[in-house]
Design a protein around this ligand. Structure first.
Ligand code: PEP
Ligand code: MN
Length: 334
């Protein structure tokens, strides 16, 4: 249920209503927008008398929200959420360019790539330290050392760092990480979602390989239900019957998620295609679809990358892509 307050409602009247609603056993999610204040009621609203609330003089209207996702619902929060990562903003017209290798391999590699992508216009650095690999015999990441190397790259470039957590027990290592990534394989690791919901740190939540849009939003809801509202959603391709590409980039979710939710939505054309030469056209298509940012794998030596070399752009390819992204953005934001 959402309660839309009349414009100009006095603070004390609003507080009175909120505490009365809370006494009915519901949690309140408050969204103060430029035009209106919306109170989103979360929990069991069956005890709340909708007609009584609608009759109050400070209430403009009351609507029931049947979607199972509430906090991340656009109806609860009509304005775009802007996720803040240091000086970088994502959403609400702010675009992020996250780039870096699939995995952190050594200091020279991560610092060199960080410098190169920054020079091209990237405003965040990605790099996996804990790697979810299909085979246990493949490179599993440098783990804690990888995070330390990311911090060195951050110090050298000023770029905030984005890296994936795979398990709850590793979370203490991520205290000084700027954005914690929940990867596709962990999108429904509910214990992990609940734990990152307790943090007050931006979360990059990737769509699962076979997850519906509703399931993605319900995972965001787990995080938001814990009070962490800084979430960036990411479309990274889903599993379909075709195997020419690693996954199928489902770009319709970009405008759809913008309709359904106030959270920013970014696109990962690297994991979506698995093929470096397809990354550029799909990145540009994502921008044209209105995404709030791109996360792209870049490697100085893709042939010898320890992970995902086939889908990694070389720094010069990334540089050229950045210029094209700016061109498309100019057109779509007009
Ligand atoms: C990654 O970004 O390194 C990654 C493993 O992505 P995904 O979870 O989307 O497969
Ligand atoms: Mn990868």
């Amino acid at each position: 249920m959402i309660v839309i307050l009349k414009h100009g409602t006095k603070e004390d009247k609003k507080e009175q209503l909120i505490s009365w609603l809370k006494s009915q056993g519901v949690d309140i999610h408050i969204s103060v927008g430029s035009y209106q204040t919306v109170l989103g009621l979360v929990g069991d609203t069956s005890q709340v008398d909708k007609d009584l609330v609608a009759s109050l003089d400070i209430v403009d209207s009351v609507k029931t929200v049947s979607d199972p996702f509430k906090c991340c619902n656009r109806k609860f929060h009509p304005d775009d959420t802007i996720v803040t990562v240091g000086d970088v903003k994502v959403g609400g017209g702010n675009f992020c360019m996250i780039a870096g290798p699939c995995s952190v391999e050594n200091e020279e590699q991560i610092v060199g790539i960080a410098k190169a992508v920054k020079a091209s216009g990237a405003n965040m650095l990605r790099g996996g330290a804990f790697k979810p690999r299909t085979s246990p015999y493949d490179f599993q990441g440098l783990k804690a050392t990888g995070i330390e190397l990311l911090k060195i790259a951050r110090q050298e470039t000023g770029l905030p760092i984005v890296t994936e957590v795979m398990g709850v027990n590793d979370l203490p290592l991520f205290e000084d990480v700027d954005v914690i990534q929940i990867g596709a394989r962990n999108m429904q690791n509910f214990d992990l979602l609940r734990e990152v919901g307790k943090l007050r740190k931006p979360i990059l939540l990737k769509r699962g390989l076979a997850s519906t849009i509703k399931e993605l939003l319900m995972s965001a809801e787990y995080i938001m239900a814990g009070g962490n509202e800084q979430i960036i959603l990411c479309e990274r391709g889903i599993r379909t019957f075709d195997d020419y590409t690693r996954n199928t980039l489902d770009l319709a979710v970009v405008p759809l998620l913008h309709e359904l939710s106030h959270l920013p939505v970014i696109v990962d054309p690297s994991h979506a295609t698995g093929v470096a030469r397809l990354v550029r056209p799909m990145a540009l298509a994502g921008v044209a679809a209105g995404c709030d940012g791109l996360i792209i794998e870049v490697h100085n030596d893709p042939m010898h990358a320890l992970c995902d070399g086939a889908q990694s752009l070389r720094p010069e390819e990334y540089d050229s892509l950045c210029r094209a992204v700016n061109g498309i953005r100019e057109v779509v934001t007009k």
